[in-house]
Design a protein around this ligand. Structure first.
Ligand SMILES: [Zn+2]
Length: 164
């Protein structure tokens, strides 16, 4: 693809080719959703996307948003993060830089890890038989504030049991 194309033009063309190759209908809604997603930095949920579409004065049903995001995930234009929160969390793939996240298993808070070492080792991974489209690592654990809360509860429980 040409360097002169903007990111919006590039993803529009990728999506067009994907729909063409898979015999899918190219609808105004699908393109409008793609462009709304590529206006958005960072992670978002279907609810967030609905608000962006409303702000753009383009009204689509929640069902259309679910189906189109699913299509964009299959077209490798969108990531659905495997976070264990109740709502699906999505993020556009604006570049092929590796990404790493740490996720708190208790409050589901997600933070980006900015480690050059981790990024470098992710970049060096290659597979002969597997075509890699994006490189993402997830680290699970307990965030600082959840650790503090647990420590507090434990302390309170100890005090209660020792006074009995
Ligand atoms: Zn937490």
């Amino acid at each position: 693809m040409s360097d002169k194309m903007t990111l919006q033009e590039q993803v529009h063309e990728s999506f067009r080719l994907y729909m063409l190759a898979n015999g899918l209908r190219q609808t105004r809604e699908r393109y409008a959703i793609l462009h709304a997603i590529y206006e958005t930095e960072g992670t978002f949920t279907i609810d967030d996307l609905q608000k962006i579409m409303e702000k753009n004065r383009f009204y689509v049903s929640t069902n259309t948003l679910y189906l189109t995001t699913q299509l964009l995930v299959e077209a490798n234009l969108l990531i659905r993060h495997p976070f264990s929160s109740s709502a699906s969390v999505f993020e556009r793939i604006a570049d092929d830089r590796p990404r790493s996240y740490q996720i708190c298993s208790h409050c589901h808070r997600i933070t980006r890890i900015k480690s050059k070492e981790l990024a470098a080792s992710l970049e060096t991974y290659h597979s002969r038989s597997f075509h890699i489209t994006h490189r993402i690592v997830y680290v699970y654990g307990t965030c600082a504030s959840c650790q503090r809360a647990m420590h507090k509860r434990l302390k309170a429980a100890n005090v209660n049991s020792s006074t009995k």
